[in-house]
Design a protein around this ligand. Structure first.
Ligand code: GDP
Ligand code: ZN
Length: 312
């Protein structure tokens, strides 16, 4: 490979597709340049802002020389148990649930908590609303989320129900769709991004050099406004957990009450004078959400006890 050294001629760009050491950078004029990463230590993900220089490389036209600071980072836990970025500079996380496969609201709470910790907007989509099964349970849980201020949208790929409403919430945002496998994320992306398969083919053809051991991720511009980042790696990721004490920051209705607890360091477990428990008894805070919170506190404590160095 022809290695051109980094220089101060670096231009601003945005990563709109990433595939191992290859990436497609969009410059300020909207032109797309196939770039390779300069140097082993540089790693980028979709949504990153970078500095790049024109340079002929093996199959490419540019070299990415610099990663600009990330405003937000969405990470997953890698196989080695470390936090691994999967998308950058997101503004919104959309958690998708459905009646089938059986909804895992604990996972949904973990996604929404990850959004809170990272300062992202959280939004919930209940897909497959054409299915009658467990509709009452799903509706009740959605009402709980709506009560604490989350946007909740019902959708179905049949007749594209709710897809326009969802598109309105994606406008002006950079979003990801996350959720259990099988809830209908690909189906929704197909409805939101016309010609998505052709785009994926083109990106893969442009960026795959050598063996394709890595999955690619792509940033789509939605015809109705907004951006959507998709990659198999972000769809059902497990977000890393912070320290037990920081878990409450992921549950907005619990965090809002914490200052009213008797003890400043209340973990809203069994402490006397806990305002969160009083609110559960009054029906102001959902018991199900508090259960999710406690499970996450316990998991975070177990992980911290096992390896205090690793954040997960
Ligand atoms: P993903 O794993 O989350 O990407 O889910 P897919 O989009 O692959 O969908 C999984 C299955 O659910 C497929 O068989 C889809 O046809 C089906 N599916 C997706 N959306 C809907 C929907 O709105 N209603 C119904 N009845 N089935 C759906
Ligand atoms: Zn408390």
């Amino acid at each position: 490979m022809n290695r051109t050294p980094p220089s101060d001629r670096a231009q601003d760009g945005r990563i709109v597709a990433s595939h191992g050491r290859d990436a497609i950078v969009e410059d300020g004029t909207g032109a797309r340049i196939h770039c390779r990463l300069h140097g082993r230590r540089l790693a980028v993900v979709c949504g990153d802002r970078v500095g790049w220089i024109a340079a002929t490389t093996e199959g490419g036209e540019g070299l990415i020389t610099e990663l600009r600071p990330r405003r937000t980072t969405l990470a997953r836990i890698s196989r080695r148990g470390e936090a691994e970025p999967v998308a950058a500079n997101l503004t919104q996380l959309v958690a998708v649930v459905a009646a089938r496969p059986a909804p895992d609201f604990g996972l949904c709470d973990r996604y929404l908590a990850a959004a809170e910790w990272e300062g992202l907007r959280g939004c919930i989509v209940a897909n497959k609303c054409d299915l009658p099964e467990s509709a009452a349970e799903l509706d009740a849980v959605l009402a709980d989320y709506a009560r604490i201020g989350y946007v909740a949208v019902r959708t179905s790929k049949l007749d594209s129900i709710g897809v326009e409403a969802l598109a309105l919430h994606l406008d002006r945002q950079t979003s990801v769709l996350v959720g259990q496998s099988g809830v209908g994320k690909s189906s929704l992306i197909n409805l939101l991004v016309p010609g998505v398969e052709a785009i994926v083919d083109e990106v893969t053809r442009a960026t795959e050099s050598g063996r394709h051991t890595t999955t690619s991720s792509t940033l789509y511009r939605l015809p109705t406004g907004g951006e959507l980042i998709d990659s198999p790696g972000v769809r059902d990721f497990a977000p890393p957990l912070p320290a037990p004490r920081e878990i409450a920051g992921g549950f907005r209705e619990i965090a809002a009450l914490a200052s009213q607890c008797r003890f400043a360091d209340c973990l809203h477990g069994r402490e006397p004078g806990c305002a969160v428990h009083a609110a559960i008894a009054d029906g102001q805070v959902s018991r199900r959400r508090h259960d999710s919170y406690q499970q996450m506190v316990k998991l975070a404590a177990d992980l911290a006890a096992r390896d205090p160095r690793i954040r997960r």
